[in-house]
Structure formats: C-alpha cells, structure tokens
Design a protein around this ligand. Structure first.
Ligand SMILES: *Cc1c(COP(=O)(O)O)cnc(C)c1O
Length: 405
C-alpha cells in the first residue's frame, strides 16, 4: 500500500527493511504500527477539520497500551468501552476529563470506577442512572453524564450500523426527555449528547448527512436538558479502503460540513464542544501484520503459501469479522531472513494459516511473486481490529507480538 515503501523488492516499515524489523522483533507473526503514520494521519485530519472540533480516539480499534499512550498525546480525548479499556487509557496518561465511556451493559462496578476516575459516562440505559447517583454520593464526586441517543435515522452505506431502528446501543430518542428529567432528579452532572450512527463508511456525503441530522437532533433534545450542552459527540464512522475499487474518504466536504455546524453551534449551543470519535480511521492504515511462510504446497495446481499466522491473530483479514462477502485485504510478500530475492514472475497463490479450518485464509488466489519457505507474507490495513479482535486461543497456537515503531 502507498503508506509503506518498497525498496528493491523489500517492504520498509518505519524506515527499516522488514527483515531487520523481523529480526528485532525476534519471532513471527507480529503486528507493527508506525508512529510516523499515526502522526501523519492526525495531522491530515487536523488540517481538514475545523480547529474547534475535538478529535477523540475510540481505543477499541487498537488498545495496545503503547499505541493508546502515543495517541493520547496526539488527540483531544480517548473513548473507552469498558473498565478494562479505561484502565489502559488512565495508565497511558490520558486526561480523565477528556475520557468518555460508552457501551451497552455497563456493569455496576464499571460505573463506580468511571465516577471515581472522573470520566464522562455516555449513558445508554435508564438503569445506569441510579447506580451513578449512588456512586456519586458515596464518593463525594459528581457523576458526569452525557446521553447516548439512538437516533431515528441511520448512517447510510456503513459497514456496521449502530443507530436507527431498534438497537441495543443508546437510548431511543423518544425516551430521552424522560431520561433527562430522571437524571436531573438524581442530581447527575449533565454535560451533553453522544450520537453514533455507524462505522466503516467511505461516502463523505452520507457522513455529512448523518452529522447534520445528529446536530439537529441534539438541538431539539437540548430543550429538555437540565443545563446547557457542553459536549456534543457527533460520532465518526470514517472508513478506510480495504478492497480493490474502494476509494479513500474525501475529507474536504466533511470539513466544510463540520465548519457549518460549528458556526451554528456558536450561536445555538454556545457552550458546546463538538467532538468526533474515530477508531479505524486513525490507526487502521498505520499497521501491518507479518507472518512467515512455513510451507509452500501445491495441491492440484493451486499454490498454497502456508504461514505461521492466520485468523487466530487477524480475524478481519480472514473475512470473518462482520463481512458479508469475503474479499482479500491487500497482501504482499517480502524476502525472508535468508535474503533471497522473490521470484520476478507472478503466480496465483493462496496465503493460509496453520488452523484446521478452511476459514483460515489470508489471501484467496491472489497474483503474488513466487515465494519460498522463510519469506514473509504481509497484510496491510491491519492497524485496527486486529490482535484484540481475534480469537487468539483458537487451536492453541502461539499468540502474536505487537510493536510500535
Ligand atoms: C466502535 C466504535 C467507534 C469506532 O469505530 P471505528 O469504525 O473504528 O471508527 C466509535 N464510537 C463508538 C461508540 C463505537 O462503538
């Protein structure tokens, strides 16, 4: 992929030939994430979006502690979805005032931990309110809350829809006035609204439409709020291209749309900070997954490059993480530690893992240079929903390593 250079047939990661990095890591398979690419991505967003928009990192996309620590220094806040993630974010040095905690089914101890840490809780159910109120009283600290709203519209063309219609996420918009009244009675510290319509979207137009509708909805709901809106999270959903024919998201119209929203907010919700929360878009393109070819098999004319990595580390590249139709992630090969160059001609080869299931497929009949045992197979676009989103214990193979370089 364009983010990573190839020098004389060898992939470079953070200025290092892959062989050198692999020797440094010491074992395969591994994920490598590039600081330089993470930084460049945040800079690109800052340049395209209004300065007033706060940028949050949704750390479920990549919760590696070193990545969270690095991102905490670049963005304006961290979004967590469990007390486990909250602990990582706090350890990483994220400012609790700028951490928000969303997710259905928050357990009572998680809510107590959130109040004790002083983070903002995005409330997704009536039942969270009395638990938060009790924690607030017991600890003598305010329970900072925003309401996660399940809107009455969807983010069109999303890989995953997380709002609109019946959903386990958020509180249905029609119930929000009642919830706000309850929150006020319980003495909770209301701060604003959180709207999240969907994920992995490559259509700027759909994202703009969802943001505009989210703003309108928040404006209507603000009339029922016990205090001025200070926090307005308009969601994210920015996608990255994975498959042939997909185009990178055009940020220019999104920047213009957010600029218009910010200008209105200055008049209509003067105390509100506009927030967008991104996971995959911030980290997805900054990472590669590297496995070593352990066998080259030919079965009835079809070449199989068997590797030491597979779906147990990279479920999404195998096509089993929410995809409807399996397509190949971008994959390349790079010379192994023996230093022998890859063959010049291309052949059709499938890259598979060691698991005893046909689902363990990293590349299905791709045109690749002729490779041998010891060479590396590399999956691009692997910085998000990789190691932590994969069933590492399935079949008892070794877990993978992660490095930030
Ligand atoms: C998963 C999630 C995100 C991040 O989604 P990406 O597609 O990685 O950007 C952001 N916000 C919420 C509420 C989420 O659940």
């Amino acid at each position: 992929m364009d983010q990573f250079l190839v020098d004389r047939g060898e992939l470079q990661v953070a200025g290092m030939p892959l062989r050198l990095l692999a020797a440094r890591v010491g074992s395969t398979p591994f994920y490598a994430y590039s600081r330089q690419l993470l930084q460049a991505r945040v800079a690109q967003l800052r340049a395209a979006l209004p300065a007033a928009v706060k940028l949050h990192y949704a750390m479920k996309a990549n919760p590696m502690p070193a990545v969270v620590g690095f991102m905490a220094g670049l963005v304006d806040g961290i979004d967590v979805a469990s007390a486990g993630e909250l602990a990582v974010a706090l350890d990483a040095g994220a400012d609790p005032a700028e951490i928000s905690f969303a997710g259905p089914g928050k357990r009572d101890p998680e809510l107590v931990q959130a109040v004790a840490a002083g983070v903002l809780v995005n409330v997704e159910s009536m039942r969270e309110l009395p638990v938060l109120a009790r924690a607030s009283q017991a600890l003598g600290l305010p329970a900072r809350v925003a309401v996660r709203v399940n809107p009455d519209f969807e983010l069109k063309g999303s890989g995953m829809k997380m709002g609109g219609g019946p959903k386990q996420f958020g509180v249905d918009v029609e119930l929000v006035p009642e919830l706000l009244a309850f929150a006020a009675r319980e003495g909770l510290a209301f701060e604003g609204f959180h709207l999240y319509a969907g994920s992995q979207n490559l259509k700027a137009e759909s994202i703009c439409e969802a943001q505009a509708k989210s703003y309108e909805l928040a404006l209507r709901l603000a009339e029922h709020a016990p205090s001025p809106v200070q926090f307005l999270n308009l969601g994210g959903g920015f996608g990255i291209p994975y498959f042939p024919g997909e185009q990178a998201l055009d940020l220019a119209p999104i920047g213009a749309n957010l600029q218009a929203i910010c200008e209105r907010a200055t008049r209509e919700l003067p105390q509100a900070h506009i927030v967008i929360e991104l996971g995959r878009y911030l980290v997805g393109e900054a990472g590669v997954y590297v496995a070593r070819i352990t066998d080259r098999k030919v079965s009835r004319g079809q070449v199989y490059l068997v590797t030491d990595g597979g779906l147990h580390h990279h479920l999404s590249a195998s096509g089993n993480f929410g995809q409807v139709v399996r397509k190949n992630y971008p994959v390349t090969l790079s010379p192994g530690l023996a230093g022998r160059a890859l063959g010049v001609e291309l052949e059709s080869a499938s890259v598979v893992g060691p698991l005893c299931t046909p689902l363990d497929l990293l590349a299905d009949r791709m045109e690749l240079p002729v490779a041998q045992e010891g060479d590396f197979a590399v999956v691009f676009q692997s910085g998000a929903y990789g190691a932590s989103a994969s069933p590492q214990r399935f079949l008892g193979h070794p877990v993978c390593t992660e490095v930030l370089v």
